[in-house]
Design a protein around this ligand. Structure first.
Ligand code: NAP
Length: 319
């Protein structure tokens, strides 16, 4: 059932980020043209008064929260305060402003890494808050869990049809390829590319953890799907439902880039959660499924990376 018109005013927060930009592209592709955006320079979402004034003036029909302070293990470890404070402020301000201004539709983005470190696999939505968090990203996780709970509380208390999506690891165009702050897949792409054709490449950890990867265009399709449909639940996992080891991923990225050198594993670096695989049956039942398979997605991302190597984004966390 479509719950939103093509002329609906949709505010995409974080439109210059990997996910936000893909959401804007997907909305345009599906015929939505009334899309509102603001850069963080124009609207700092940590500022409550500014956010309330903006949402009150614009009165959007829908809000997509793809703005966040995002990064890998090292970035979380280096900037714990920003990962907790910035994310709590961004989501609390936007969710509350949407509610107070009676915005009918809101999609909040959580992340698979906020589930407990040792959650049974594959992870179901109801496993949230059932065990210890992965210590390296607890700051980000606590902030994101707060956002999920704000959305849940609004549905329970005010019957708001707001939804949280929990994407697995995303990759694709406009990803963060900065080795200080990036996630595993873009970091591999950059390392293999820079070591071409046969210099050795050192990767973090043992290579044994298992991970699931979803192309960002598929994640954007899930966001638009959530805007267009009425959901029974407040929380939905978004993924492919299949995982591979980091070693297998490395071999895939190596073959896509054409690198032929040795891969060395630095086991002094942390592995993170041993396995992270989403149970995506809830979203499948609602009618959504991913389209882009991993190898094809990596090829497309590598082509994008090579084309944009000179302008790839660097760390932007303000400490
Ligand atoms: N990347 C993944 O693998 C992944 C996986 C699961 C879930 N997610 C979720 O998807 C969402 C977006 O992630 P992403 O990878 O697209 O992040 P990203 O590329 O780093 O983009 C984040 C965006 O947030 C905006 N932002 C940050 N702080 C802001 C502030 N104080 N005020 C206003 N805007 C601010 C930035 O806007 P400006 O460019 O204007 O500065 C930036 O464009 C996050 O909620 C994340 O948790 C991502």
């Amino acid at each position: 059932m479509t719950t939103i018109n093509k002329d609906a005013k949709i505010y995409v927060a974080g439109h210059r980020g990997m996910v936000g930009a893909a959401v804007v592209d997907e909305l345009h592709a599906r015929g939505y043209s009334n899309i509102v955006t603001r850069t963080s320079g124009k609207l700092d979402l940590r500022e409550q008064d500014a956010v309330h004034a903006f949402v009150g003036n614009e009165r959007p029909d829908a809000v997509v929260i793809a703005a966040a302070c995002v990064g890998g293990i090292l970035a979380n470890d280096t900037y714990p305060y920003q990962f907790l404070y910035d994310n709590v402020m961004i989501e609390a301000n936007l969710i509350d402003a949407a509610h107070r201004n009676d915005v009918p539709s809101l999609v909040f983005l959580g992340s698979s890494c906020i589930y407990p470190k040792f959650a049974p696999q594959p992870m179901k939505e109801e496993y949230l808050l059932t065990g210890e968090l992965e210590p390296t990203n607890q700051w980000y996780a606590i902030a994101k869990i707060t956002g999920v709970k704000l959305v849940e509380a609004l549905r329970k208390q005010y019957q708001r049809q707001y939804v949280s999506l929990m994407p697995t690891n995303l990759y694709g165009p406009r990803d963060n390829f900065d080795l200080q702050t990036s996630h595993v897949l873009p970091a591999m792409i950059r390392k293999f590319h820079e070591a071409l054709p046969d210099k050795p490449v050192t990767l973090w950890g043992t290579g044994s953890p298992r991970r699931e990867f979803l192309h960002v265009t598929d994640a954007a399709r899930a966001v638009v799907f959530a805007l267009e449909n009425k959901f029974d639940y407040t929380l939905y996992n978004v993924g492919t439902g299949t995982d591979i080891t980091i070693k297998e991923l490395a071999l895939l990225v190596q073959s896509v880039t054409g690198h032929t050198g040795e891969i060395q594993w630095d086991s002094s670096k942390p592995d993170g959660t041993p396995r992270k695989l989403m149970d995506v049956s809830r979203l499948h039942k609602a009618g959504w499924k991913h389209i882009i398979e991993l190898e094809k997605g990596i090829q497309q991302t590598y082509t994008w990376f090579v084309k944009n190597a000179d302008s790839i984004k660097e760390v932007r966390i303000e400490a």
